[in-house]
Each structure stands twice: as C-alpha cells, then as structure tokens.
Design a protein around this ligand. Structure first.
Ligand code: NAG
Ligand code: NAG
Ligand code: NAG
Ligand code: NAG
Ligand code: NAG
Ligand code: NAG
Ligand code: NAG
Length: 589
C-alpha cells in the first residue's frame, strides 16, 4: 500500500482508536513477513568510520572463533584457547578484529560479547535473519587491547544466547579473526589522518590522541567482570543489584582508565521511554517497562563514587519497527560504544598493594543490564614505586526535577537531570609530578507524552555528556587538555491503531536519533555527526510483523583538522536506494 494513502487511511482510523493496548516501543520479529524482498542472501551494515588499517596489508590474520550459535540459551559461553601468532610477535602497529556472521530463518536479535582473558573486546548484537539469509561484517580497531592480545594460553570467549526450536529457526554462524599489522598508517594510506579519529561507531577514543605517554596502549588491562560461567558480564536485575570485583593494581601504575561496556535488555531495552510506575498502576497495565526514564551507570571504588555515564540509547534490530533496520542497522547496533572514565585522580587510593572493591550498578535500572569494565593501566617503566594522592573530590548529588501530569492513559512525564563532578589528583613518577584534573558533566532532558487515550506516544530524549581531562606539571605547564562533548538526541513517535483484523494492530512510527561528538585536544579538534531518521508502519499480531513499509535515511559525517569523511545512505523496504561516500570536506556538514 502506498505510504501517503496509508497515512490518510490511518488518520481516519485513529478517531476510532478504542481498545488498543498502550503503545510502548517493543521488540518484534519479522517472522510472518513473507515479502521475500530478496532472492539471495543480503548484506546488512552499520555505517562507521573506515579503520586506518583497512587499506593496509596485515602481517598475519588469525581465526580465533569459528562457531555456530544455535540453541545456546542458559548455556555457558563458547570458549577456546588463544595465543598470539608465532609469525608476527608483538609489538604491532595496530590490531583489528573482524566478526562475520551469517544467518537464515526466523530469529530475534541477540546480544553478544567477545572477551579475551576476561577483557571485553567487542559488544555486538545480531540482525534478524530472513528465510533467504543475511550476513554482515564488523571491523573494530582493538589496538588498545594489545597487552592482552600479546598474552599466550588464555581463552577467547564469546557469549551469544539464542533459542532454536520449531518457531525460531535462525542459527548464527560466527567467524572472528584478528588482523595484526606491522605497518604504520600514513595519511596517504587512509586519506583521513589518524591523529584525531573516532573508533568505529564514531566514538573518539581519547587514548588515541593524547600527547606522549597515553598515546600507546595500556601496559596492563584488568577485567572488572564476572567469573565467565555465563559470560564475563554482570547481569544487573535492579538498581540495588550492584556487582563487585576486588582487584589489586601494581605499585607503579601511573595512569588508569576504566572502560565500561554496557547494554540494556528486557524491561529496560527502551529505558528512555519508560513511564513511572504510578502511570502503570493507575491504568492497571501489566507491562514491566516502568520505573521512569532516568538511568545512570555508576562506578564506585571502596564505596566511593568515581564516575558515571548515561549511555547512548542503542536500538537493536528487533526494536520499535524491525523493518527500519534492514539492511542498515541502527547506530551502534553492531558495535556498541564503550565509555572511558579517567580514574587517574584516584590512584592515590589504589597504590597500596591491597585489594580494592570496584562496584558497577545502574541507578534506576530494572531487569536487565549487562555490564562489565576493563581497567587500563599504564605503568612507570622507570620505577617500582609511584606516589600519588587525591587532592579534590567534588561530587555534588544529581539534581533531578520530575514533572508528572496524567489522567488515566493520557499525560506527560518530564525529567530534567544534571550532574557535574570534578576530581583532581597528582601522580609522581619517573615522568615527573603530574596533576590530573578530570571533570564530567551530564545533562538529561526527557519528555514522554501520551495522548489519544494512550495510543499516541512521543518520547523525546536529549542527553549531553561532557568530559574533560587536563594534565599539568608541578611547574604549572599544561601537557594535555582533552574535552569530549557528546550529544544523543532521540525522538520516537508511535501511533497504535486497530489492525485490519480483530487480533492485529497497526503501529505507525517515526524515529530519529543521532550520535554527535566534538572532541578537542589542544589545537586539534574533530567532529562526528551521525544521524538516522526512520519512518514507516507495520501491522502486527502479538510480536510478529505481518506487513509493513519502512524508510531509513542516515548520514555519517566526520571532520577533523586534517580531513573529512562522509557517507549518506537511504534504505526503503529492505533495499539500499542511496549510498554515497565522499572524502571531500565541501559536502560534509
Ligand atoms: C481508552 O482505552 C481504554 C483501554 O484500552 C479503554 O478501556 C477505554 O474505553 C478507552 N476510552 C476511550 C474514551 O476510548
Ligand atoms: C616490523 O617492522 C619493523 C620495521 O619495519 C621490522 O624491523 C620488524 O622486523 C617487523 N616485525 C615483524 C614481526 O615483521
Ligand atoms: C579456558 O577454558 C577452559 C574450558 O572452559 C577452562 O578449563 C580453562 O581453565 C580456561 N583457561 C583459562 C586460562 O582461563
Ligand atoms: C484498575 O483495577 C481496579 C481493581 O480491579 C479497578 O477498581 C480500577 O477501576 C481499574 N482502573 C482502571 C483505570 O481501569
Ligand atoms: C606533587 O605536586 C603537588 C602539587 O603540585 C604537591 O602538593 C605534591 O607534594 C607533589 N608531590 C611530590 C611527591 O613531589
Ligand atoms: C513522520 O515522518 C513522516 C515522513 O518523514 C512525516 O511526513 C510525518 O510528518 C512524521 N510524523 C510525525 C508525527 O512527525
Ligand atoms: C550521490 O552522488 C551522486 C553522484 O555524485 C549525486 O548525483 C547524487 O545527488 C548523490 N545523492 C545524494 C543523496 O547525495
């Protein structure tokens, strides 16, 4: 059916919207959609920045996983021994991981994690297959994990819980390989220089471009993770479900960065669109998707808050309207961003050769979140002992204003939240006595409105996260100053209407979301504007999509002091209809 006609038709229908369940973003299966849009296996993709190493020849490649994930729910992860390749020993100029997946049949999207020696290398999710099959590839720069990649006789582990039975038939066939390079990236090789560049999702990795001593990968990475029987992630079921790992760090650590890996599922898959429980109770709604729309992943050391993050709202391929995410998946779906918290100001508390308790939890979280972290440590090679002391600990409470106004199914819920903190500490090592000033600022504006007797829902989420690290010598010379500002605007509009049959519904949805980032490092700066707009409709029965139409447009733009990259795509009903790439700065935003 023609889209315009459909919309008019829906407008007429909407006045009769009566006994329709309250809309909320949900998870769907393309199951009964027998459109056979493609006669051969189709490639899915996530727009990303080309890796600097993409145009280089690797010194070696090593297949580390070749496995099919069939009925794996409630089973231990897949684990296999790992040692670095004998013919290209470390150090490497860079290392990339390549994940290839194939699947056909019917299946939900699934979450997956890849760990080496308990250190997470990649958090990814799967695309929902079709009868004719789909496949995709994810490449990620993993150079920052070189210290663990260089270790022998450890395990590489992949968790991908999947269900295969008479209904769900899609098996995920996975190949993971590592590409080791011993060739330096030159600007001719990649056109876009690598000095200030984002990683694959467009997230800029501050380690990549700070001056001097942080430029190289950490000497040691300690996982803050579970024991591995069910994957190394901690499964967080509620806001009081805080997980702990006690670790001891070397006496000569001089810099510490905690990298958080985060994903949200179940009743919190769409946490930014959850109304308060009072709304659900008043209307006798049985959904578990409640507890409001504010979530903050936090980290404490020995009970003391050291940092937090409001994560980017990644949409998985079954989310909202699965037809939006073929063949171009949502931002971050194949390569979820990780988040770096600079813990250097807290080294004074940790350099006593004793165990310290690292805890990770989710403020406001409900079932369930999968969280773990990698603690990256840079050691002082010139000394066995480093001295350090925290100087400033400024951590005011979150300021949060909640404004609720509703009558039965209609109303609005607003959240305005803000948090700022600053931590300062000095570290005296053979590199000198350096003071690190770490600041973080989070601003969240969330508005959820229900109208037309709860059948028209609008979610507007605006997240801004600003982080800064400034390092100065005891003479007061600033040797590094990094500022990263990320903005994640998201709007989801859903109209739920009675379907063409008594047991079906029609969902008409618009989604627009972006990951925008500005990064300033002294005189250098870079920008990423990555935005997606989707609109369409689908007829559903329970969680199965019976029919529908969808269009997704995406524009990925990167610009830094030395070059540009931009790619624009449009997909309509499962096919790419526009795909333009340019390295010219003239056309990029
Ligand atoms: C509003 O929706 C509820 C629940 O779906 C239904 O019981 C009620 O009759 C509806 N009211 C109107 C005015 O349509
Ligand atoms: C890596 O490159 C350097 C410099 O080109 C060379 O000396 C070294 O032998 C290479 N290492 C390997 C393992 O190929
Ligand atoms: C690797 O995994 C195997 C099987 O799960 C286990 O027995 C072994 O202890 C693990 N090795 C390491 C170094 O963790
Ligand atoms: C919810 O259920 C209670 C108890 O059954 C009933 O009294 C109340 O009217 C219901 N509320 C709505 C909005 O249907
Ligand atoms: C390092 O510098 C800070 C402030 O600049 C000073 O208070 C501290 O005593 C110095 N530490 C050492 C070991 O010199
Ligand atoms: C949804 O998107 C379509 C196409 O871009 C647009 O015509 C329509 O106005 C949007 N609806 C809303 C409610 O924003
Ligand atoms: C894509 O590139 C072609 C050739 O440069 C141009 O004609 C077309 O307008 C571009 N399309 C979009 C959507 O940018």
């Amino acid at each position: 059916m023609d889209m315009l006609f459909m919309l008019c038709f829906l407008l007429v229908l909407s006045s009769t919207a009566g006994a329709v369940p309250v809309p909320s973003p949900d998870r769907f299966l393309k199951s009964n959609l027998r459109s056979s849009r493609s006669s051969k296996p189709q490639e899915h993709l996530e727009l990303s920045y080309p890796l600097p190493s993409d145009r280089l020849t690797p010194s070696c490649t090593l297949t580390i996983i070749h496995h099919s994930f069939a009925d794996t729910m409630n089973s231990p992860p897949f684990s296999t021994p790992y040692s670095p390749p004998l013919d290209c020993p470390p150090p490497w100029s860079s290392v990339a991981v390549e994940l290839r997946v194939e699947s056909s049949g019917e299946q939900y999207d699934r979450i997956s994690g890849l760990w080496l020696g308990g250190v997470e290398l990649l958090r990814t999710s799967t695309a929902e297959p079709t009868e004719t099959g789909i496949f995709w590839k994810v490449r990620k720069d993993v150079t920052r994990y070189s210290s663990i990649l260089a270790r022998s006789n450890i395990n590489v582990t992949m968790m991908l819980e999947n269900i295969v039975n008479d209904v769900y038939t899609g098996v995920y066939h996975v190949d993971v390989s590592l590409w080791f390079y011993n060739e330096s990236v030159t600007s001719e090789a990649v056109r876009v220089p690598s000095i200030v560049r984002p990683n694959d999702v467009g997230v800029i990795n501050p380690q990549k471009f700070t001056s001097g001593f942080t430029d190289s990968p950490a000497d040691l990475i300690i996982p803050i993770s579970d024991n591995g029987d069910r994957g190394f992630w901690f499964r967080v079921e509620s806001e009081t479900d805080v997980h702990v790992k006690s670790i001891r760090i070397p006496r000569n650590s001089q810099r510490a960065v905690l990298e958080l890996y985060v994903s949200f599922h179940g009743n919190d898959e769409f946490w930014y669109s959850n109304p308060p429980n009072s709304y659900l109770e008043t209307n006798n709604l049985t959904t578990g998707r409640g507890n409001r729309a504010y979530r903050e992943v936090f980290v404490t050391i020995d009970g003391k808050f050291v940092g937090s993050e409001v994560p980017f709202p990644v949409l998985f391929t079954g989310g909202i309207n699965p037809l939006f995410w073929e063949p171009v998946v949502a931002i971050g779906a194949f390569n979820l961003p990780s988040y770096d918290l600079d813990l250097t100001p807290f080294l004074g508390q940790l350099l006593d050769s004793k165990f310290h308790a690292f805890r990770i939890g989710v403020d406001g979280g409900i079932s369930f979140w999968l969280l773990n972290a990698n603690l990256h440590l840079w050691l002082d090679h010139g000394s066995e002992n480093v001295e350090a002391k925290p100087v400033v600990y400024d951590n005011p409470a979150l300021s949060i204003v909640l404004t609720d106004a509703f009558k039965l199914l209609d109303g609005s819920f607003r959240i305005k939240a803000e948090k700022r903190s600053q931590f300062v500490g000095w570290v005296s090592s053979s590199s000198g006595n350096l003071t690190t000033i770490v600041s973080q600022e989070i601003k969240v504006n969330n508005l959820i409105t229900f109208s037309k007797n709860g059948t028209y829902k609008v979610v507007k989420e605006r997240i801004k996260a600003k982080r800064g690290t400034k390092i100065h010598t005891d003479a007061g010379n600033v040797i590094a100053h990094l500022v990263t500002i990320r903005r994640y605007p998201l709007t989801v509009i859903t109209a739920t209407l009675p379907g063409l049959k008594h047991d079906t519904s029609l969902l008409v949805t618009n989604v627009s979301h972006s990951m925008n980032e500005r990064c300033v490092n002294g005189d250098l700066s870079s920008f990423v504007f990555n935005s997606q707009d989707s609109n369409g409709w689908m007829e559903i029965r329970d969680h199965s999509v019976l029919s529908g139409e969808a269009t997704t447009m995406q524009s990925f733009n990167f610009r830094d002091t030395l070059g540009c990259y931009s790619r624009t795509v449009a997909a309509h009903n499962g096919r790419l209809i526009v795909d333009n790439t340019t390295f010219s700065c003239a056309t990029s935003t």
